[in-house]
Design a binder for this molecule. Structure first.
Ligand SMILES: C[S@@+](CC[C@H](N)C(=O)[O-])C[C@H]1O[C@@H](n2cnc3c(N)ncnc32)[C@H](O)[C@@H]1O
Length: 450
């Protein structure tokens, strides 16, 4: 049996099992998709990012024409680093994506754009020699990042930024900007094990003398690191990753970032023209979780070197982020979602005076409802919507996001086909939440048909 039919049969089994007993089906995508055992696949590892989707999941759903015709359009309205977009392109489909984080948009764009190796090599040489020629005494105001880098690193990063901005070809400029961003945390004093920038503190490892020494050594090395050399190494690795895309993009397959907000899908970024109703065959996405990741806060050092130097701009970007938790008291009000089970949890939180947590999770659901409305609008009749999402707990109570979203999506007329559960084996950058919420331990895959 070929792969397409094999997966179709499996999907039909999931559907009939779910229809019979209404229980989510436990699976392990890593075990089902054994052919993807290698960690390096095309350009997936071009840049790190919090809570990236396991590429096995879109790979699995795109191995068959059950969910999307062979040359159909796949949309990921919360595309992050473009895992779904790249897998859609590899499978021969066109991809569209949206994300509120400009870093995510840049990574997705670069990850799905083929550029000839020779061109990138040549430009890399020009950038390095240009950066090295810049006048080191040139004065820029870097006070907002000065505690994160040594003086010499700041000046090298600045020269690289200026040299890259001189590259005329925008695709190449994007590629090198993304490589610069990739470098930023590696040459900073930020603790690499924490997603939001926190200064590396050797005292944290007081119980482990070896780690403490290694942290001290790292901080010392960072004082005089050769940033140009590190940049060149990162670029070389990424040039090879981009070269691996050659065959994928030789036949006119497209990939576009169309919007900065899943709640308003436009034809292209910056356009006021909205994406046509019923124009997408498949929506496959892993939306943010309620309060689980601080996407903008964790990217702010990167965004600084990509050109967003003003803290007010960072604040505005953060405001667009669904799932954020840093609200001003004045912006919070008593929130209801009209999803009964969720409102019951909110009521009990309010009764206990946990108004802030109630607002964070309630507002998250309301913002997700708007994003779902927009996704339903652009999905073709008969098209599928596949959502990968986790639950968390709020002030000790289960907050069953997957259940609330299911209630809302089915109220919009979509039919639930089945639910899968996969345990998250690699926690990656998922951080242990503060005492009011627990770590998300498994992912739900919800499959709906319009
Ligand atoms: C779980 S991550 C997606 C990860 C992605 N699947 C990947 O593999 O990299 C959720 C994403 O939703 C984005 N996001 C948050 N609010 C958004 C909004 N209003 N519109 C679009 N994207 C948003 C975040 O910036 C983040 O990149």
């Amino acid at each position: 049996m070929d792969k397409n039919n094999e997966i179709k049969k499996l999907i039909e089994t999931f559907h009939s099992e779910y229809t019979q007993n209404g229980e989510p089906i436990r699976i392990n995508f890593r075990e089902i998709v054994t052919e993807l055992s290698s960690t390096e696949r095309y350009s997936h590892l071009i840049h790190s990012y919090p809570a990236k989707l396991l590429c096995h999941i879109p790979y699995f759903f795109l191995q068959t024409d059950y969910f999307c015709p062979e040359n159909g359009v796949v949309l990921d309205p919360f595309c992050g680093t473009g895992t779904v977009m790249l897998e859609a392109n590899i499978s021969g489909r066109n991809a569209k994506g949206a994300d509120a984080n400009p870093l995510a948009c840049l990574i997705s764009k670069v990850k799905t754009t083929y550029i000839k190796k020779e061109d990138l090599q040549k430009t890399l040489g020009t950038i390095i020699s240009r950066a090295k020629r810049f006048n080191t005494n040139e004065c820029i105001d870097t006070s907002s990042v000065s505690r994160w880098f040594s003086k010499s690193t700041i000046s090298q990063l600045w020269h690289l930024e200026c040299a890259i901005k001189k590259v005329r070809d925008t695709k190449q400029q994007d590629f090198f900007m993304m490589c610069l961003s990739n470098l930023v945390k590696k040459v900073s004093f930020a603790d690499p094990s924490i997603s939001v920038p926190v200064k590396l503190n050797p005292e944290r490892f007081a119980q482990n003398p070896e780690r403490m020494e290694s942290a001290k050594f790292k901080l010392k090395t960072l004082e005089n690191i050769d940033v140009y050399d590190k940049f060149e190494n990162i670029c070389q690795l990424n040039i090879n990753r981009i070269e691996s895309l050659k065959d994928i993009y030789s036949n006119g397959i497209t990939s576009e970032i169309i919007s900065n907000d899943a709640r308003l899908l436009t034809k292209e970024i910056g356009s006021t023209e909205i994406l046509q109703d019923k124009s997408v065959d498949l929506i496959l996405t892993s939306p943010p979780y309620a309060g689980a990741q601080k996407y903008i806060r964790s990217s702010w050092l990167n965004l600084y070197w990509l050109g967003t130097k003003n803290s007010e701009d960072i604040r505005l970007l953060n405001k667009q982020n669904i799932g954020r938790e840093d609200y001003h008291k004045a912006d919070m009000f008593r929130v209801i979602t009209s999803i009964q089970a969720a409102d019951d949890v909110l009521t009990s939180l309010y009764d206990e005076g946990k108004n802030e947590r109630a607002f964070i999770v309630g507002n998250y659901l309301n913002e997700m409802k708007s994003a779902i409305d927009e996704s339903v609008r652009v999905l073709k009749t008969g098209g599928y919507m596949i959502i990968v999402i986790g639950n968390n707990t709020v002030c000790g109570r289960p907050f069953d996001t997957q259940d609330y979203l299911t209630t809302y999506i089915t109220s919009k007329g979509l039919r639930l086909q089945f639910k899968l559960i996969d345990d998250i084996k690699s926690y990656g950058l998922m951080t242990k939440r503060n005492k009011t919420a627990s770590r998300i331990s498994c992912e739900w895959v919800l499959v709906f048909k319009k």
